[in-house]
Design a protein around this ligand. Structure first.
Ligand SMILES: [Zn+2]
Length: 161
């Protein structure tokens, strides 16, 4: 059920999907690994990669209706999350759990080079830094900022003015 929220977030721009996901994550005590496996299953079905999911999540931030919708559906006053923080949290969560879960789904489906990607993923973890969650549009195409940032720090390239 909650796994379908990942699919919804990839396919439409409704802030309430992100709220539902956040609240379920906080209150239902789901294991991250289980949640990621479930999400990977739904995304695989729609042929949406983990990176594509993250970039669509980020893109929602430029939709004012999405941002308003996140704010409107916060039903718990102890949770004063800002939409951009929430998007950032879920991009990093995806990096920590969903990336690997999607490789495992590929492995189960005999996707070419899935085993190599899994090995690579396991070898390249964890320097304690997160990749910046901004996408930059240049020359008509969009790419993820490659800077890595420590928790509680902001990217040099996107420091607020
Ligand atoms: Zn950056």
């Amino acid at each position: 059920m909650i796994g379908t929220k990942f699919r919804a977030l990839a396919q439409r721009s409704k802030g309430r999907d992100l709220n539902d996901l956040e609240l379920a994550h906080v209150y239902l005590g789901l294991y991250d690994g289980q949640l990621a496996a479930c999400a990977a299953h739904y995304l695989h079905h729609e042929r949406i990669s983990s990176n594509e999911f993250k970039s669509r999540l980020f893109a929602h931030l430029s939709d004012p209706n999405f941002v308003d919708d996140v704010a409107r559906f916060i039903t718990d006053p102890s949770h004063t999350f800002e939409p951009d923080r929430l998007v950032e949290k879920w991009i990093w969560w995806s990096e920590e759990f969903l990336d690997r879960a999607t490789i495992e789904v590929d492995l189960a489906n005999d996707v070419h080079q899935a085993r190599d990607r899994l090995r690579e993923w396991d070898e390249h973890r964890h320097d304690g830094l997160n990749q910046c969650t901004q996408w930059i549009t240049e020359f008509g195409s969009s790419r993820r900022c490659v800077n890595r940032v420590a928790a509680e720090e902001s990217c040099k390239a996107h420091r607020p003015e």
